[in-house]
Design a protein. Structure first.
Length: 311
Protein backbone atom coordinates (compact mmCIF):
# COMPACT_ATOMS: atom_id res chain seq x y z
CA UNK A 1 0.00 0.00 0.00
CA UNK A 2 1.27 3.46 -0.86
CA UNK A 3 2.15 5.81 1.98
CA UNK A 4 -0.48 8.25 0.77
CA UNK A 5 -3.12 6.34 2.76
CA UNK A 6 -1.06 6.27 5.91
CA UNK A 7 -0.31 8.70 8.65
CA UNK A 8 2.37 11.19 7.68
CA UNK A 9 3.27 14.83 8.18
CA UNK A 10 4.38 16.88 5.16
CA UNK A 11 7.78 18.50 5.41
CA UNK A 12 6.30 21.97 5.15
CA UNK A 13 2.96 23.71 5.61
CA UNK A 14 0.78 23.94 2.55
CA UNK A 15 0.05 27.59 1.75
CA UNK A 16 -3.38 26.70 0.39
CA UNK A 17 -4.52 25.72 3.86
CA UNK A 18 -2.33 27.98 5.95
CA UNK A 19 -4.35 30.90 4.64
CA UNK A 20 -7.66 29.02 4.87
CA UNK A 21 -7.38 28.34 8.57
CA UNK A 22 -6.84 31.94 9.59
CA UNK A 23 -9.68 32.42 12.05
CA UNK A 24 -10.86 35.74 10.61
CA UNK A 25 -10.96 34.28 7.11
CA UNK A 26 -12.81 31.21 8.38
CA UNK A 27 -15.47 33.35 10.06
CA UNK A 28 -15.82 35.63 7.04
CA UNK A 29 -16.13 32.84 4.49
CA UNK A 30 -18.47 30.75 6.64
CA UNK A 31 -20.91 33.61 7.27
CA UNK A 32 -20.79 34.73 3.64
CA UNK A 33 -21.41 31.18 2.40
CA UNK A 34 -24.42 30.74 4.71
CA UNK A 35 -25.82 34.14 3.72
CA UNK A 36 -25.46 33.28 0.04
CA UNK A 37 -27.45 30.05 0.53
CA UNK A 38 -30.48 31.73 2.13
CA UNK A 39 -32.92 33.40 -0.24
CA UNK A 40 -35.25 36.28 0.73
CA UNK A 41 -38.22 33.97 0.19
CA UNK A 42 -36.80 31.43 2.64
CA UNK A 43 -36.21 34.21 5.14
CA UNK A 44 -39.71 35.62 4.71
CA UNK A 45 -38.49 38.83 3.06
CA UNK A 46 -39.55 40.47 -0.22
CA UNK A 47 -36.94 40.00 -2.93
CA UNK A 48 -37.52 43.41 -4.47
CA UNK A 49 -36.46 44.58 -7.94
CA UNK A 50 -32.92 44.89 -9.29
CA UNK A 51 -31.51 42.25 -6.97
CA UNK A 52 -27.97 41.28 -7.95
CA UNK A 53 -27.55 38.18 -5.79
CA UNK A 54 -29.83 35.28 -4.90
CA UNK A 55 -28.82 35.24 -1.25
CA UNK A 56 -29.47 37.73 1.53
CA UNK A 57 -27.78 41.09 1.82
CA UNK A 58 -25.83 42.03 4.95
CA UNK A 59 -28.48 44.58 5.81
CA UNK A 60 -31.18 41.91 5.72
CA UNK A 61 -29.24 39.56 7.98
CA UNK A 62 -28.65 42.42 10.42
CA UNK A 63 -32.37 43.24 10.54
CA UNK A 64 -33.32 39.59 11.06
CA UNK A 65 -30.73 39.24 13.84
CA UNK A 66 -31.68 42.50 15.55
CA UNK A 67 -28.18 44.01 15.34
CA UNK A 68 -26.85 47.05 13.53
CA UNK A 69 -25.63 46.72 9.96
CA UNK A 70 -22.24 48.04 11.08
CA UNK A 71 -21.92 45.39 13.78
CA UNK A 72 -22.94 42.52 11.52
CA UNK A 73 -20.56 43.76 8.82
CA UNK A 74 -17.80 43.75 11.42
CA UNK A 75 -18.62 40.14 12.35
CA UNK A 76 -18.68 39.08 8.71
CA UNK A 77 -15.27 40.66 8.20
CA UNK A 78 -14.06 38.12 10.74
CA UNK A 79 -13.95 40.26 13.88
CA UNK A 80 -15.95 37.84 15.98
CA UNK A 81 -13.87 37.96 19.16
CA UNK A 82 -15.95 39.15 22.08
CA UNK A 83 -19.31 38.47 20.43
CA UNK A 84 -21.83 37.38 23.04
CA UNK A 85 -23.66 34.06 22.97
CA UNK A 86 -26.93 35.96 22.50
CA UNK A 87 -25.62 37.73 19.40
CA UNK A 88 -24.19 34.52 17.94
CA UNK A 89 -27.48 32.77 18.58
CA UNK A 90 -29.38 35.60 16.87
CA UNK A 91 -27.07 35.41 13.85
CA UNK A 92 -27.57 31.64 13.74
CA UNK A 93 -31.34 32.09 13.79
CA UNK A 94 -31.24 34.79 11.11
CA UNK A 95 -29.17 32.59 8.82
CA UNK A 96 -31.30 29.53 9.68
CA UNK A 97 -28.25 27.52 10.69
CA UNK A 98 -28.79 23.92 11.69
CA UNK A 99 -27.42 22.57 14.97
CA UNK A 100 -24.05 21.61 13.48
CA UNK A 101 -23.61 24.95 11.70
CA UNK A 102 -24.57 26.83 14.84
CA UNK A 103 -22.05 24.83 16.88
CA UNK A 104 -19.40 25.56 14.24
CA UNK A 105 -20.05 29.30 14.52
CA UNK A 106 -19.67 29.11 18.31
CA UNK A 107 -16.48 27.08 17.90
CA UNK A 108 -15.00 29.76 15.65
CA UNK A 109 -15.98 32.44 18.17
CA UNK A 110 -14.35 30.51 21.04
CA UNK A 111 -11.20 30.09 18.98
CA UNK A 112 -11.13 33.84 18.32
CA UNK A 113 -11.42 34.40 22.08
CA UNK A 114 -8.61 31.90 22.72
CA UNK A 115 -10.89 29.45 24.53
CA UNK A 116 -10.45 25.72 23.75
CA UNK A 117 -13.77 24.17 22.74
CA UNK A 118 -13.43 21.34 25.22
CA UNK A 119 -12.36 23.68 28.03
CA UNK A 120 -8.84 22.28 27.87
CA UNK A 121 -6.14 22.17 25.19
CA UNK A 122 -6.14 19.29 22.76
CA UNK A 123 -3.41 16.77 23.34
CA UNK A 124 -0.61 16.62 20.79
CA UNK A 125 -0.65 12.82 20.94
CA UNK A 126 -4.20 12.48 19.62
CA UNK A 127 -3.03 10.85 16.36
CA UNK A 128 -1.55 7.88 18.16
CA UNK A 129 -3.32 4.59 18.77
CA UNK A 130 -5.56 4.35 21.83
CA UNK A 131 -3.30 3.12 24.62
CA UNK A 132 -5.95 1.64 26.89
CA UNK A 133 -6.30 -2.14 26.46
CA UNK A 134 -9.90 -1.93 27.69
CA UNK A 135 -10.86 0.01 24.56
CA UNK A 136 -9.35 -2.71 22.39
CA UNK A 137 -11.24 -5.34 24.43
CA UNK A 138 -14.48 -3.41 23.95
CA UNK A 139 -14.02 -3.36 20.19
CA UNK A 140 -13.27 -7.07 20.04
CA UNK A 141 -16.35 -7.81 22.17
CA UNK A 142 -18.51 -6.46 19.31
CA UNK A 143 -18.76 -9.50 17.04
CA UNK A 144 -21.94 -8.93 15.02
CA UNK A 145 -20.99 -5.53 13.63
CA UNK A 146 -18.09 -3.49 12.31
CA UNK A 147 -16.56 -1.38 15.09
CA UNK A 148 -13.78 1.17 14.61
CA UNK A 149 -12.23 4.08 16.48
CA UNK A 150 -11.11 7.21 14.62
CA UNK A 151 -9.72 10.59 15.63
CA UNK A 152 -10.48 14.10 14.37
CA UNK A 153 -8.07 13.63 11.45
CA UNK A 154 -10.02 10.58 10.22
CA UNK A 155 -7.13 8.28 11.16
CA UNK A 156 -8.46 4.74 11.63
CA UNK A 157 -6.82 3.92 14.94
CA UNK A 158 -8.37 0.62 15.97
CA UNK A 159 -10.98 -1.90 14.85
CA UNK A 160 -12.47 -5.24 15.77
CA UNK A 161 -11.82 -8.31 13.64
CA UNK A 162 -14.82 -7.65 11.41
CA UNK A 163 -13.77 -4.02 11.06
CA UNK A 164 -10.29 -5.03 9.90
CA UNK A 165 -11.83 -7.37 7.32
CA UNK A 166 -14.30 -4.72 6.19
CA UNK A 167 -11.65 -2.02 5.77
CA UNK A 168 -9.09 -4.35 4.16
CA UNK A 169 -9.10 -2.27 0.92
CA UNK A 170 -7.96 0.70 3.01
CA UNK A 171 -5.69 -1.02 5.51
CA UNK A 172 -3.62 -3.03 3.05
CA UNK A 173 -0.39 -4.69 4.09
CA UNK A 174 1.67 -1.69 5.21
CA UNK A 175 0.95 -1.97 8.92
CA UNK A 176 0.61 1.81 9.24
CA UNK A 177 -2.27 3.99 10.39
CA UNK A 178 -4.82 4.28 7.53
CA UNK A 179 -6.57 7.58 6.94
CA UNK A 180 -10.17 7.69 5.71
CA UNK A 181 -9.72 11.09 4.05
CA UNK A 182 -6.66 10.05 2.07
CA UNK A 183 -8.40 6.86 0.99
CA UNK A 184 -11.49 8.80 -0.08
CA UNK A 185 -9.72 11.39 -2.20
CA UNK A 186 -6.37 9.89 -3.21
CA UNK A 187 -7.06 6.19 -3.79
CA UNK A 188 -8.99 5.18 -6.95
CA UNK A 189 -10.17 2.05 -5.09
CA UNK A 190 -12.46 4.23 -2.98
CA UNK A 191 -14.78 4.78 -5.95
CA UNK A 192 -15.46 1.05 -6.05
CA UNK A 193 -15.70 0.69 -2.27
CA UNK A 194 -18.15 3.62 -1.99
CA UNK A 195 -20.90 3.35 -4.66
CA UNK A 196 -22.19 6.76 -3.54
CA UNK A 197 -18.73 8.30 -3.82
CA UNK A 198 -19.82 11.94 -4.25
CA UNK A 199 -22.10 11.74 -1.20
CA UNK A 200 -19.30 10.19 0.84
CA UNK A 201 -16.87 12.87 -0.30
CA UNK A 202 -19.21 15.68 0.77
CA UNK A 203 -19.78 13.98 4.10
CA UNK A 204 -16.06 13.45 4.77
CA UNK A 205 -15.19 17.07 4.07
CA UNK A 206 -18.11 18.51 6.03
CA UNK A 207 -17.23 16.38 9.08
CA UNK A 208 -13.58 17.42 8.83
CA UNK A 209 -14.53 21.09 8.44
CA UNK A 210 -16.53 20.87 11.67
CA UNK A 211 -13.61 19.15 13.43
CA UNK A 212 -11.19 21.81 12.19
CA UNK A 213 -13.42 24.60 13.48
CA UNK A 214 -13.01 23.32 17.05
CA UNK A 215 -9.30 24.05 16.91
CA UNK A 216 -8.30 26.25 13.92
CA UNK A 217 -4.68 26.34 15.15
CA UNK A 218 -4.20 22.55 15.00
CA UNK A 219 -1.02 22.19 12.93
CA UNK A 220 -1.62 18.52 12.10
CA UNK A 221 -5.07 19.34 10.73
CA UNK A 222 -3.64 22.22 8.72
CA UNK A 223 -1.05 19.95 7.15
CA UNK A 224 -3.58 17.22 6.34
CA UNK A 225 -6.06 19.58 4.68
CA UNK A 226 -3.24 21.37 2.88
CA UNK A 227 -1.98 18.07 1.50
CA UNK A 228 -5.43 17.05 0.28
CA UNK A 229 -6.13 20.51 -1.15
CA UNK A 230 -3.02 20.34 -3.31
CA UNK A 231 -3.62 16.77 -4.49
CA UNK A 232 -7.39 16.65 -5.00
CA UNK A 233 -9.41 19.24 -6.89
CA UNK A 234 -12.62 17.70 -5.54
CA UNK A 235 -11.46 18.06 -1.95
CA UNK A 236 -10.38 21.65 -2.60
CA UNK A 237 -13.80 22.50 -4.09
CA UNK A 238 -15.75 20.87 -1.26
CA UNK A 239 -13.55 22.48 1.39
CA UNK A 240 -14.25 25.88 -0.12
CA UNK A 241 -18.02 25.34 0.27
CA UNK A 242 -17.67 25.67 4.10
CA UNK A 243 -20.36 23.05 4.71
CA UNK A 244 -20.26 21.38 8.14
CA UNK A 245 -22.01 18.34 9.58
CA UNK A 246 -21.74 15.69 12.24
CA UNK A 247 -21.70 11.98 11.49
CA UNK A 248 -24.33 10.83 13.99
CA UNK A 249 -26.41 8.03 12.52
CA UNK A 250 -27.66 6.90 9.14
CA UNK A 251 -27.30 4.34 6.37
CA UNK A 252 -24.52 3.83 3.83
CA UNK A 253 -23.88 1.54 0.88
CA UNK A 254 -20.58 -0.22 0.23
CA UNK A 255 -19.19 -2.65 -2.33
CA UNK A 256 -16.73 -4.95 -0.60
CA UNK A 257 -14.27 -6.92 -2.78
CA UNK A 258 -14.97 -10.15 -0.86
CA UNK A 259 -18.74 -10.18 -0.27
CA UNK A 260 -20.11 -7.55 -2.65
CA UNK A 261 -22.80 -4.96 -1.94
CA UNK A 262 -23.64 -4.08 1.66
CA UNK A 263 -26.21 -1.64 3.03
CA UNK A 264 -25.30 -0.85 6.62
CA UNK A 265 -26.71 1.33 9.37
CA UNK A 266 -24.19 3.29 11.40
CA UNK A 267 -24.13 4.88 14.84
CA UNK A 268 -21.35 7.13 16.14
CA UNK A 269 -20.47 7.26 19.84
CA UNK A 270 -18.34 9.83 21.66
CA UNK A 271 -15.69 8.34 23.92
CA UNK A 272 -15.78 10.44 27.06
CA UNK A 273 -12.49 8.99 28.24
CA UNK A 274 -10.80 10.08 24.98
CA UNK A 275 -12.32 13.44 23.95
CA UNK A 276 -10.65 13.48 20.51
CA UNK A 277 -11.82 9.99 19.56
CA UNK A 278 -15.15 8.51 18.45
CA UNK A 279 -16.35 4.95 17.99
CA UNK A 280 -18.29 4.08 14.86
CA UNK A 281 -20.37 0.89 14.62
CA UNK A 282 -21.90 -0.48 11.41
CA UNK A 283 -24.62 -3.14 11.51
CA UNK A 284 -26.97 -4.75 9.00
CA UNK A 285 -30.73 -5.14 9.29
CA UNK A 286 -31.43 -8.62 10.72
CA UNK A 287 -32.53 -11.11 8.06
CA UNK A 288 -31.46 -8.88 5.19
CA UNK A 289 -29.10 -9.88 2.34
CA UNK A 290 -26.56 -7.48 3.84
CA UNK A 291 -26.75 -9.34 7.16
CA UNK A 292 -25.99 -12.60 5.34
CA UNK A 293 -23.04 -10.99 3.54
CA UNK A 294 -21.75 -9.46 6.76
CA UNK A 295 -21.83 -12.91 8.38
CA UNK A 296 -19.95 -14.26 5.36
CA UNK A 297 -17.35 -11.53 5.80
CA UNK A 298 -17.00 -12.48 9.47
CA UNK A 299 -16.37 -16.10 8.46
CA UNK A 300 -13.79 -14.96 5.93
CA UNK A 301 -12.10 -12.82 8.59
CA UNK A 302 -12.02 -15.70 11.04
CA UNK A 303 -10.33 -17.96 8.49
CA UNK A 304 -7.79 -15.36 7.43
CA UNK A 305 -4.65 -14.24 9.21
CA UNK A 306 -4.87 -10.47 9.36
CA UNK A 307 -2.38 -7.99 10.77
CA UNK A 308 -3.47 -5.38 13.29
CA UNK A 309 -4.21 -1.87 12.04
CA UNK A 310 -1.63 -0.38 14.34
CA UNK A 311 1.47 -2.43 15.21
Amino acid sequence: MRDVYCEGTPSRRHPTYAVGMDNRAEVREFLMSRRAKLTPDQAGLPAGPNRRVAGLRRTEVAVLAGVSVEYYSKLERGSIAGASAAVLDAIGTALQLDDTERAHLFDLARAADGIPTSGRPRRRTARQSPARPSLEWTLEAITGGIAIVRNQYQDLLAANALGRAFYSPLIGEGGRTPNLLRFQFLDPASREFYPDWERFAEMCVAITRAEAGRNPHDRAMQDLVGELSTQSETFRRLWGAHDVRTHGAGTKRFTHPVVGELTLAYEEFALTGEPDLVMLVYTAEPGSPSADRLALLASWAASSTRSDIVP
